[in-house]
Design a protein around this ligand. Structure first.
Ligand code: SF4
Length: 339
């Protein structure tokens, strides 16, 4: 559910067998005898294709009892869930799978020790698991050579926003941001200029045109003050209001808060209200100080039980850093200058 991120849905819809193979290999490696594909219930196409692929695997003897006469047995289920954003946190996902409210659990114990129904469990992302068959087939050294920067392998990079060709592409790790936006996404549409972008989904910090020549590597993007996140970029153009865009994101995160801890449950709606006031022309000069306080309080690691609230503060804090004049103009003119 990360805003702007759609890469895993494509993997499940377009190559479900790849994911299943990665899960079988991973389960065999750790000696697991049961596995689940936890998926949002709205992903109807992906659910159907995964179920069809599972049936084929059972029919071919690749799942179930005594797989290919090896003595190893594995069951695999597709688990459509009501889902919440917080189910991207592994212990919240495990709670949801057990039929409980999707609150994150205290760690330790970590799921590897005590996870689903108290049994050792690993939770991994679809894209990660889809890499496994290829690494097993061709080796780790081969995989490492695929990257062109510091990090190994390939990555699904995506771009959404006012570009000519929004989409998702498998590219070497370390591909320059400029190449992703200008070549693969076809550059900005006529009449629009790039004002900024969230490099890895809605919970990452904005970067701007001065960062276009950076490589999409974890350390490089971290050093620039943001995160790789999911590697799927959301573009902010010069005709879209940055205050409105951040308001939209904070509204989403406030709605998705599981409600377990106060800074997230009460703080995010407070941030949303302040941003809404600014966007709708009711902002006061002191609102900028209030937002700075909220960023410090809600965004501090350790003030909340999981990373949802600090992640929600990332687009806000970087918008204030790069687009401060836009916030001030909203307040001084009593209206959104983009409308
Ligand atoms: S930070 Fe938010 S989502 Fe995470 S546990 Fe606290 S209330 Fe729940």
């Amino acid at each position: 559910m990360e805003p702007g991120t759609f890469k895993d849905r494509l993997l499940m819809e377009c190559d479900p067998h790849q994911l299943i193979e990665g899960m079988i290999l991973s389960a065999y490696t750790i000696g697991a005898d049961i596995s689940y594909i936890f998926i949002r219930g709205e992903y109807l196409v992906a659910i159907q294709r995964l179920r069809d692929a599972l049936q084929e695997c059972y029919a071919a003897g690749l799942l179930g009892d005594n797989i290919l006469g090896s003595g190893y047995s594995l069951e695999m289920y597709v688990h459509p869930s009501a889902g919440r954003y917080i189910c991207g946190e592994e212990t919240a996902l495990i709670n949801a799978l057990e039929g409980k409210r999707a609150n994150p659990r205290a760690k330790p114990p970590f799921p590897q020790v005590s996870g689903l129904w108290g049994r050792p469990t690993i939770v991994n992302n679809v894209e990660t698991l889809c890499n496994i068959p290829h690494i097993i087939d061709r080796g780790a050294d081969w995989f490492k050579t695929l990257g062109v920067g510091e990090d190994a392998g390939t990555k699904l990079f995506g771009v959404s926003g006012k570009v000519n060709n929004p989409g998702c592409w498998e590219l070497p790790m370390g591909t320059p941001i400029r190449e992703i936006i200008e070549e693969h996404a076809g550059g900005m549409r006529d009449g629009y200029q790039l004002k900024g972008f969230l490099p890895g989904g809605g919970s990452t910090d904005f970067l701007t045109a001065e960062h276009l020549d950076l490589a999409m590597d974890y350390n490089v993007i971290g050093a620039a003050g943001s995160r790789m996140g999911t590697g799927t970029m959301i573009i902010l153009d010069d005709r879209t209001c940055p205050v409105g865009m951040v308001l939209n994101l904070i509204r989403f995160f406030a709605h998705e808060s599981c409600g377990f801890c106060t800074p997230c449950r009460d703080g995010l709606p407070w941030s949303r209200q302040v941003l809404q006031d600014i966007e709708e022309g009711r902002g006061q000069p002191e609102d900028l100080e209030t937002l700075a306080y909220q960023i410090k309080y809600i965004g501090a690691i350790g003030n909340t039980h999981c990373a949802l609230a600090p992640g929600a503060m990332e687009p806000l804090q970087s918008a204030l850093k790069y687009f401060y004049d836009d916030f001030k103009q909203h307040i001084s003119s009593g209206r959104c200058p983009y409308h």
